[in-house]
Design a protein around this ligand. Structure first.
Ligand code: FAD
Length: 445
């Protein structure tokens, strides 16, 4: 019964009906499955590979509650042209992918208008407040409280001008009650993190920022607890969702199908493919990110460091020192370009001269991203028995506990603690819902 980092048992023939089916055992799906199971529902959690097979496996481990500003903003539009000039820079678009990406970029550009940035920031701030409240509860429910680290994050700048440029963003955070302290000069920085290059002349310390000791171990702990609470976790690849009178029929890759009274789609960067089988078109893209995990002891790191001007972070984890970030638009199928991991490592070495860069493991992950940086959390427009929970972009770990709470509220018909309108999966106006051939009745929330 205990979940380890091994392939899952396949779904057997006699297991093909369930009350709630959660598709995707990443951090979001695992958090939801455990929450629903603890609320007394009979839950089947499936993944086509294994627990935390994708983005949730190797991310930077930040519980970035201060990250309330949408990526789409006038600031990023100013920086993007310079970043795009460097093929291995913090932001890259593979030219062949550009035609496919264009509609998403157009929506991203529209989301960067001042009024939308303000409303998006307010929505994200509410989501982050809920995340900060729910996260310790989720760790406790998984028996993983000792994995939660509370030593804050240090955001570093190479010039005072760079700090000045970021002031508006910090002020917006202050307006939403987020605490931070600016530090000036290498001496002040060294008190929180010794051993950095003197080229780093200013920093912002964010005390309420937290990290997890290992993102993979957290998902495994959630999955273990889910099974111990009576939940079922199996390997299965969901192909299509078909609503019917008895429930939602989920056709699987192996040719079999299962029937669920309710379905939660938490399949990360692949979730829109399942929504499409319900004739809903949700503009989900993937922002691919890269990193290298160096062996334990590679640097005496006191807390997570952010190098915002270069788009990467360095995190102390139980399994080593993880260096990475960056955004690459190249879709779900193109092979990884690990030169990106190497470039980020070389940059880190420049700022952390004593960093031992040998013996690392490179990794690439698919962030599931919507144009306005907010996740999609809400019922499908095609069938209210299907709930979507995906599109958390850079913040899926950070917002997993809050997402689980919101999905549980939606399913139980409870009033959620925040306004869900900004998170409506249909907010991009792109849902094309065709009339369904079958009617169903008697289903409440
Ligand atoms: C380099 C990098 C650094 C990051 N750092 C952070 C960070 O510090 N903090 C933070 O909050 N976030 C971070 N993120 C983002 C975070 O990792 C993601 O937002 C989060 O992991 C998404 O979780 P998920 O469960 O939605 O998706 P995933 O983890 O991708 O899980 C989806 C699961 O669904 C399964 N699946 C897909 N389709 C199907 C199907 N049809 N049938 C069955 N199973 C299916 C997949 O196998 C997978 O296991 C980072 C991401 C990257 C790439």
């Amino acid at each position: 019964m205990s979940v380890s980092d091994t392939p899952l048992q396949p779904l057997s023939a006699e297991q093909k009906a369930c009350d709630v089916l959660v598709i995707g055992a990443g951090i979001v799906g695992a958090a939801i499955a455990l929450r629903l199971q603890r609320e007394g529902r009979a839950v089947l959690l499936i993944d086509r590979e294994r627990v935390a097979a994708q983005a949730s496996r190797g991310n930077a481990g930040a519980l970035a509650f201060a990250d309330i500003l949408p990526l789409a903003s006038p600031g990023i539009l100013r920086k993007a042209p310079r970043w795009l000039l460097d093929p291995l820079g913090p932001l890259a678009i593979r030219p062949r992918y550009l035609p496919h990406l264009a509609p998403w970029l157009f929506r991203f550009w529209r989301a960067s208008r001042g009024d939308r940035v303000r409303s998006g920031t307010a929505a994200q701030a509410a989501m982050m407040a809920l995340s900060a409240a729910e996260t310790p509860l989720m760790f406790a429910a998984a028996g993983a409280s000792e994995m939660l680290r509370t030593d804050g994050m240090l955001h570093l700048y190479e010039s005072n001008a760079e700090l000045r440029e970021s002031e508006a963003g910090w002020q917006a955070r202050a307006d939403h009650g987020i605490a931070f302290t600016h530090l000036r000069g290498p001496g002040a920085i060294a008190e929180l993190q010794p051993g950095l290059s003197p080229a780093l002349v200013a920093a912002t310390f964010v005390p309420g920022w937290k990290t997890v000791s290992d993102p993979l171990q957290l998902v495994l702990a959630l999955a273990r607890q889910f099974e111990q609470s009576g939940g079922r976790l199996r390997r299965a690849n969901a192909f299509t969702l078909v609503p019917g009178a008895e429930g939602i029929t989920v056709h699987l890759e192996d040719g079999h199908s299962l029937i669920a009274r309710r379905v939660v789609v938490a399949a990360g960067a692949w979730s829109h493919q399942l929504a499409r089988t319900l004739n809903e078109h949700i503009p989900l893209e993937t922002e691919r990110g890269y990193n290298t995990t160096l062996p334990v002891g590679a640097f005496d790191l006191k807390r997570q460091l952010t190098f915002g001007g270069h788009g990467f972070v360095v995190t102390p984890l139980e399994c080593g020192v993880r260096v990475g970030g960056a955004v690459e638009f190249a879709g779900l199928d193109a092979p990884p370009d690990f030169a990106r991991s190497a470039v980020l490592l070389a940059k880190a070495k420049r700022f952390m001269p004593a960093l031992k860069t040998e013996g690392g493991t490179q990794w690439m992950g698919f962030r599931p991203s919507l144009p306005d940086s907010l996740p999609a959390i809400g019922r499908s427009a095609a069938d209210e028995r299907v709930v979507y929970a995906f599109g958390h972009g850079h913040l899926g770990l950070t917002q997993s506990a809050a997402t689980a709470r919101l999905v549980a509220d939606i399913m139980s018909g409870r009033v959620p603690p925040l306004d869900l309108a900004p998170f409506r999966p249909q907010r991009f106006g792109s849902a094309r819902v065709l009339p369904l051939p079958t009617r169903h009745h008697g289903e409440t929330a």
